[in-house]
Design a protein around this ligand. Structure first.
Ligand code: HEC
Ligand code: HEC
Length: 208
């Protein structure tokens, strides 16, 4: 999810950087020099430090041992053109973000036993409710980024361009944990030692 939602903006940045880079180096290049000469040199502070690098190719042998990731057959919310490898990478992120294993959302198929004697997973199967919830969560996260976070990013020029991900809320837990305001920090100092006892649990902290 993170990867795909970031790709368009990352690609746009890369294209922009490539364009700036081409423009700044164009003076030395006979092909592009004529257009540039009438506009003067581009501002130096926009020059890209080097040739921008695209993302590494997916699903190609790039040093890591190749494994077989069959193309997905039952994608309902993820982009249907995702490769088996891309789905796999995303799934590992989801599992890590929730602190669970694959079988939290996926079932094993008792009729399909692997060489190690254990049933293989049937990832296309939809019988686990948590898989359905995950679909809702993915769509929700995409919509948050598309309709809301992107607008905040547009206003927040110095911001980090940080999208919402599963981990933003889940932080390694199946269920997002309740946030408890740290009482001492909230009261303006460690210890809270002014001789007064801390308020009883559940009491509304006094506004600072
Ligand atoms: C939090 C729930 C969740 C976890 C954990 C999870 N998955 Fe998934 N997985 C899904 C959902 C939801 C889909 C279907 C996405 C869609 O409909 O577009 C899916 C789809 C898949 C598919 C594609 C199946 C097909 O043929 O359409 C594969 C393969 C897969 N998961 C592998 C894994 C692996 C491997 C892990 C562990 C590393 C894992 N998943 C962990 C929710 C999960
Ligand atoms: C904006 C915060 C937020 C984001 C982002 C988010 N979740 Fe959730 N998620 C929740 C909340 C809140 C619940 C509890 C809903 C409930 O009470 O049933 C939940 C519940 C779930 C559950 C059910 C857990 C259980 O034990 O029943 C799954 C599975 C899940 N989320 C998967 C995901 C995945 C996968 C992503 C990323 C694609 C994601 N969530 C992104 C807030 C979020």
């Amino acid at each position: 999810m993170k990867i795909t939602s970031l790709l368009p903006s990352a690609a746009a940045v890369a294209l922009l950087a490539a364009a700036v880079f081409a423009a700044t180096t164009g003076a030395q290049s006979p092909q592009t020099a004529p257009q540039n000469s009438s506009q003067g040199p581009p501002p130096a502070d926009q020059a890209a430090p080097g040739v921008p690098q695209g993302p590494p190719p997916q699903g190609t042998p790039g040093g890591r041992p190749m494994r077989n990731y069959p193309p997905p057959t039952n994608l309902q919310v993820l982009p249907k053109d995702m490769t088996g490898r891309q789905v796999r990478d995303m799934m590992e992120t989801w599992a890590g973000s929730l602190g669970v294993h694959c079988d939290f959302c996926h079932t094993a198929d008792p009729k399909n036993v692997g060489p190690n004697g254990r049933p293989r997973m049937n990832f296309a199967d939809d019988s686990k409710p948590d898989k359905q919830i995950a679909r809702i969560m993915y769509s929700m996260t995409q919509q948050m980024n598309k309709d809301y976070i992107s607008k905040a990013m547009d206003l927040d020029k110095d911001g980090m361009g940080k999208p919402v991900t599963c981990g933003t809320c889940h932080r390694g837990h199946e269920m997002p944990e309740d946030f408890v305001i740290p009482r001492e920090e909230h009261r303006g100092g460690p210890g809270g030692g002014e001789g007064t006892p801390p308020p009883a649990a559940g009491a509304t902290p006094a506004p600072n």
